[in-house]
Design a protein. Structure first.
Length: 272
């Protein structure tokens, strides 16, 4: 700590004061005296200092498992910030300061109390990973389609009923996790998500799949167990990259089961 810049020394003391104890200096990760990462998880923090916004070099901010409800406005000044974890806190909305951070690549807000996402997410052009499972989201805004570089999204355990039409504009999306929601339908344009490789839509209320599913040519792993499917598009079985398909605990018709049993492609592991 003796070699820390004065700004960081002051910030360290403010954090210690906030949680009313001395914290391990190893939570502050430097490179050439530039503070790159802050690990402030599990400290029962209710606030963080506004001076956090003065740490211009900061790239990763870990605030998991605290008691936070909002973040200081000054964090919008963090132009190098790429990864933020706010999981297991008490946020009801995405902090406005983060909506303005265009450098974000990874954002985790799992296990909070989010009721909605920002109507405008156009600043997040670099965002690759969005974790918002275990919240109170009933719908996604159309602006979700502006996340052009999104590779992975976790939506599981939200009371979602469907996806907005613009969801199909996430052309770089590879991993979709939306199990244990209340999803009853998928947009017909779902097949436009041609980069999808792994999808978990288990434990929902799906009654049918869009015919456009045949466009999911990179799909390797598709989990649809525990829905309300009686049939599936037969073209689904011919997807060139498919390796795993789980249709167990669905009320499949006898005809559909016969189609599945007659499918001879040995490279696909099917459970139904």
């Amino acid at each position: 700590m003796d070699s820390w810049p004065p700004l960081i020394e002051q910030f360290y003391q403010e954090i210690c004061d906030s949680c009313n104890k001395q914290i391990d200096p190893h939570r502050f990760i430097f490179e050439s005296r530039a503070l790159l990462r802050l690990d402030l998880d599990n400290l029962a923090l209710e606030t963080i200092p506004s001076s956090t916004g003065d740490i211009a070099s900061l790239q990763t901010l870990n605030l998991r498992n605290n008691r936070l409800k909002d973040l200081p406005k000054q964090l919008e000044n963090l132009k190098a910030l790429e990864e933020v974890s706010l999981s297991a806190n008490s946020f009801t909305k995405v902090p406005e300061c983060l909506v303005k951070v265009s450098s974000l690549k990874i954002l985790h807000l799992v296990k909070n109390q989010l009721t909605h996402l920002p109507e405008d997410m156009s600043n997040w052009t670099l965002l690759r990973e969005l974790g918002i499972a275990k919240n109170e989201l009933k719908k996604l805004p159309e602006s979700i389609g502006t996340l052009k570089n999104l590779r992975e999204i976790s939506l599981s355990k939200n009371p979602l009923s469907t996806f907005p039409e613009n969801f199909s504009k996430l052309l770089n999306l590879k991993f979709l996790f939306a199990y244990s929601c209340s999803i009853h339908s998928l947009p017909e344009s779902f097949g436009d998500l041609k980069s999808l490789e792994k999808v978990d839509l288990s434990n929902n209320q799906l009654r049918k799949l869009p015919t456009s599913s045949e466009g999911l040519t990179k799909m390797e792993n598709l989990d649809l167990q525990q829905n309300q499917l009686t049939t599936i598009p037969y073209t689904l079985l011919s997807l060139p990259s498919l390796k795993y398909l789980n249709l167990s605990k669905n009320p499949l018709t006898a005809e559909t089961r016969a189609q599945l049993s007659s499918h001879t492609e040995k490279s696909v592991r099917m459970i139904y």
